[in-house]
Ligand binder design. Sequence first.
Ligand code: AMP
Ligand code: GLY
Length: 425
Amino acid sequence: MKVLLIGGGGREHAIAASLVRSKHVDRLYCAPGNAGIAKIAECVPISVMEFDKLIDFAKSHAIDLAVCSQDDPLCAGIVDAFEAAGLKIFGTRKNAAIIEGSKAFSKQLMKKYGIPTAAYEIFTDADSAEEYLKTKASFPIVLKADGLALGKGVLICKDLDEALDGVKEIMLDKKFGSAGNELVIEEFMTGREVSALAFVDGKHYKLMASSQDHKRAGDGDTGLNTGGMGTFSPSPFFTPEIQKVCDETIFQPTVDAMAKEGRPFTGVLYFGLMLTEKGPKVVEYNTRFGDPETQVVLPRMESDIIEVMEACMNGTLDKIDLKFADNAAVCVVCASGGYPVAYEKGKIIHGLEKLEGQGDIQVYHAGTKFDENGNIVTSGGRVLGVTALGPDLKAARAKAYEAVKEISFDKMFYRHDIGKAIDEA
Ligand code: AMP
Ligand code: GLY
């Protein structure tokens, strides 16, 4: 098969590595890709939102399957566009991708079908949101811009002043653009977070190995929310008992609810869960693989990814035995100083060659590119994800941190406590 992967982050590097491992893939293209993906695929300079150009490329290169796992193109209908052009694509159609694209939609879905989540109210104007905060709210409280905001449209506000500032930022100043036309205000939950990713075929789902992300920029969960600073898999807190509760109260009910709504979900459904004292609840849904969850989940997957994707598209996922290795993985993200706010680009990355060819260490590139002299330089906030595999979480973590020491670029930073929770398990 000839496959076209659409995207160019650390998640896509991990997906590309799985695709290359598949016995069905002869040739892999990636649009736009990055400097790391370029080692295993042919990168094509087309951006993820240029649907017409991507479709032309797929047709002219006789692509058998396209794969997209990024929120913006999925929510904008890339799957529908490819299908309308008669092309095969793995991903979620627009009418189902709304489960990530609109937090108001997902909250209403959960309420309608009794899926456990934080209590909430939805507002379409700032005055009523402010009135609610002044008269009915208890603090801390969580404000969420309705639409896509690069994972940054969620504000946790400790008191009324912070919450009023938040309403202004999201709804009046439009810090996240039109994503802030509607606002979800929801109850603050406490508990451990787990990322549960599932392949879904419209009716059935198969759960991948669990993982946990670290969303704040700084050690000890301090600083701003980011796209994710590191992950580990499996989560020792996601026990078989908890999984059973989630199967019955969250996973299958969500897949069934989407089908009942006439929005059958096909692709990868990401359940962001909080294990609260009152049981597991949904924090968010994403319509795609997580980043950097994918960088610890896919290296552990033993099944052939093409066979699983085809089963999702054919509605035969129930016939698949989805297999993961009985090991563990830890990924530490190396980021540019100043991320997630302002940071410089174009810094030469040193030390990558020292980590090449080690089977249990994978350096997934996120924001990297080649400069005019052929050096690999930084081109984004999250630059690399260094993943190590080991027989257990502690071994994987030690190896990941040893590997990170080999890498350097000007103003690089990373969290030192990825996987610290393992010690409490
Ligand atoms: P989201 O983009 O919805 O995943 O939110 C980003 C992060 O904000 C989550 O991973 C949580 O750490 C936190 N968060 C979101 N909603 C809540 C909530 N209701 N209670 C506590 N923390 C939350
Ligand atoms: N790591 C969080 C996400 O992919 O949304």
